[in-house]
Design a protein around this ligand. Structure first.
Ligand code: LR7
Ligand code: MN
Length: 647
């Protein structure tokens, strides 16, 4: 990726500011991640960075001169420029139907489009690592079922934008028999356009005949179509769209993708990801390190650090270095690294052994994947395959590692949109297939934890048992003693039950990156402009789910709002103002995940109060006592303008 660097200015854009730049009059989202240089003003030049994507590099070097780029940048702090801003009823419809089909904010995702900058979340030392030019070539495999089109396409584009062509053989998209109207055709059309354009760029380079217009179009959007399809050179990256002949579930869909791949290394990714700068070489380098001369593969699987793309706001944030574990319910969980793992600077760059993987994002030699037994074909839809492949790799002589310098963002959702109840059933079935083959007597612990798992019909397991025998794998006891001694074998029943009862948002808190520190930056009453009515809780400050109403302004605890550094509004230092139902704000436990509890305003006289996840503002229907607070379109009506009273 190239960075747009201003040559003559001093203002520094903070990493998380979104900025809009105009390139020859067209809007373009600046790659703010790469703007760590000081800038503003009008003169820009391209700067080459380490991981440029294939021929675009050569092209840009040539055409940048022709363009004489003129760009202006402005910080995107104003409410008007908020990506999620709801402008009309149609926006509300898009957002709400997106949530119900995809369980994330499709309105924002759609507005972000195919390209955007990401903060470089790696440790600084990662920037100076050097990787061999001669690394194995990769087939990236992305399976999807009813994925949101724009989110899927941005996943693909992020790979094209941030991967050096010399490491990439192909991108294989496997449509797991999606039934969303028009999805498959739309993806097919985009894939054709991308392939055509890549061929065309190749041709332009060969003939030294560079078409500046088409490159500018590329930066702005993806509407360059070349009618003439040129013969495909085998060494040129291709993007392929496959489709299963029935709904297979993600496990068999991945097998199908793998069978049809040709790269030396397979990289599996989910369909709602964005890869970060230089994500691939550190993983390939580690895989290549341990290659056996005879088989030409290493006995390893490696995973990137999975950064968080917020499902409500699409904000991209860094995850700390954590590793994979599990509990006796056979649920994957994140664990802190064992004490002492990160002592020296170098430890933040070196591979870290992990007892399990989350499942969706990893790299492995194709021939090792086949050798070690691929996946269990008897697993359906979703779940369980991640622990299965983790145990199998470790027990059969391989290793599983986290690569700190490789970062990929993933949209973490609060629910999975595969129908209600599905998840539990499929996951339990899959997990028990795994447990019966790989966990020896410890399967009893699993059943103790969940008695309903005892008598499931799991289907035929002979081929998996045979696999374990043929590979002469070690015992589960060996795995527990040597790879995951941290697993508590006698969990406290009460705590366990409490965790199981939590909803997904609350479960997130058990992720180690969740910080409970609350830092108050301001406090005030919030008064409706030109009135003497303030926002207060309907009941007290500690009733969860309680609504908000207008009341006469008096200095009582349930009118005192405390603003935090994360832009939360905490009533009486107790509960957070939350817009998660998109209709009326409520008081909820502070989840510290931003989004529905993130509120932006000017901080003084007559300001709207904007919620990042809802894309709407705090308002009322009428200015009267007892009137309930609701979420409204931010249209600057007097009923959604607020004053802040500090003392
Ligand atoms: O029937 C299906 N067919 C599919 O092709 C169901 C799903 N899919 C696709 C889907 O479109 C997506 O691209 O499979 C992929 C994974 O499904 P998700 O995104 O619903 O899964 P998840 O991210 O909630 O769950 C994690 O655990 C799964 C267990 O089966 C998979 O291994 C996912 O890949 C995995 N995701 C990650 O590891 C990302 C980090 C999340 C964490 C922790
Ligand atoms: Mn996912």
């Amino acid at each position: 990726s190239y960075r747009f660097v201003n040559t003559d200015q001093k203002n520094e854009l903070k990493n998380n500011d979104r900025s809009i730049a105009t390139l020859e009059g067209k809007n373009l989202l600046l790659d703010n991640a790469n703007i760590n240089e000081k800038f503003s003003g009008n003169m820009w030049k391209y700067q080459k960075s380490k991981s440029d994507y294939y021929s675009k590099m050569k092209l840009k070097e040539k055409y940048a001169k022709h363009l004489g780029l003129k760009m202006t940048a402005q910080p995107d702090n104003a409410l008007d420029n908020q990506f999620g801003l709801i402008r009309n009823a149609e926006d509300v419809r898009i957002r709400d139907s997106g949530y119900s089909v995809h369980a994330f904010n499709t309105l924002i995702s759609q507005r972000i489009g195919n390209h955007r900058g990401l903060p470089d979340t790696r440790n600084k030392l990662c920037r100076i690592q050097k990787y061999s030019e001669k690394l194995p070539k990769t087939s990236v495999i992305i399976c999807f079922f009813n994925e949101h089109y724009q989110t899927l396409m941005r996943s693909v584009h992020s790979i094209l934008d941030r991967t050096d062509m010399k490491y990439l053989k192909e991108i294989i998209l496997v449509d797991d028999y999606s039934d969303l109207d028009g999805l498959h055709d739309a993806v097919q059309k985009s894939v054709n356009e991308l392939n055509n354009r890549m061929r065309k760029e190749e041709e332009m380079i060969e003939t030294n005949n560079i078409d500046v217009e088409s490159v500018v179009d590329y930066i702005n959007d993806d509407n360059v179509v070349d009618k003439k399809t040129t013969e495909r050179n085998k060494d040129i990256l291709s993007i392929r769209l496959l489709k299963t002949s029935k709904r297979e579930g993600l496990i068999r869909a991945r097998l199908y993708g793998a069978e049809n791949s040709v790269g030396e290394v397979l990289v599996f990714l989910d369909s709602h990801i964005e890869v970060n700068i230089d994500w691939l070489p550190p993983m390939l380098a580690r895989l290549a390190e341990g290659v056996d001369k005879e088989t030409r593969f290493s006995h390893r699987a490696v995973t990137p650090v999975i950064d968080v793309i917020n499902a409500d706001t699409f904000e991209y944030t860094a995850s700390p270095l954590v590793r994979g574990g599990f509990n006796w319910g056979l649920h994957f969980k994140w664990d802190n690294l064992p004490k002492g793992t990160l002592k020296t600077d170098e430890d933040f760059v070196k591979p870290i052994k992990s007892p399990t993987m989350a499942g969706g994002l990893f790299a492995i030699y194709r021939e090792y994947f086949n050798y070690i037994g691929k996946y269990d074909e008897g697993m359906n839809v979703w779940g369980g395959e991640n622990l299965e492949i983790s145990f199998r790799i470790w027990m059969c002589g391989g290793s599983l590692e986290l690569i700190p310098c490789s970062r990929v963002g993933h949209v973490f959702r609060k629910r999975r949109p595969y129908g209600t109840g599905d998840k539990e059933d499929f996951m339990l079935h899959n997990s028990m297939r795994m447990a019966r083959v790989w966990m020896d007597d410890y399967v009893n612990k699993v059943i103790e934890h969940n008695p309903s798992a005892a008598n499931l019909d799991l289907g035929d397991l002979t081929s998996r048992h045979d696999l374990r025998k043929n590979l002469s794998c070690k015992s589960f006891k060996w795995y527990l003693e040597n790879i995951y001694p941290e697993l508590e074998t006698g969990e406290n029943e009460v705590v366990k039950k409490r965790i199981a009862d939590l909803n997904d948002v609350e479960k997130n808190k058990f992720q180690p990156w969740h910080s409970r520190k609350r830092n108050y930056t301001d406090s005030y009453q919030i008064r409706l402009k030109n009135t003497s009515l303030c926002i207060q809780s309907e009941k007290d400050v500690k009733t969860k789910g309680g609504g908000l109403v207008l009341g006469s302004c008096i200095r009582i605890l349930n009118q005192m709002w405390f603003e935090t550094s994360r832009f939360e509004l905490v009533l009486g230092r107790t509960l957070c103002l939350d817009a998660s139902n998109n209709v009326a704000p409520k008081l909820s436990k502070c989840h510290e995940l931003g989004g529905s509890q993130e509120w932006k305003h000017k901080g003084s006289g007559g300001s709207p109060i904007y919620n990042t996840a809802a894309g709407m503002c705090l308002g009322v229907d009428r200015a009267s006592r007892g009137e309930p607070l609701i979420m409204v379109i931010c249209d600057n009506q007097p009923t959604n303008q607020w004053d802040f009273i500090r003392t």
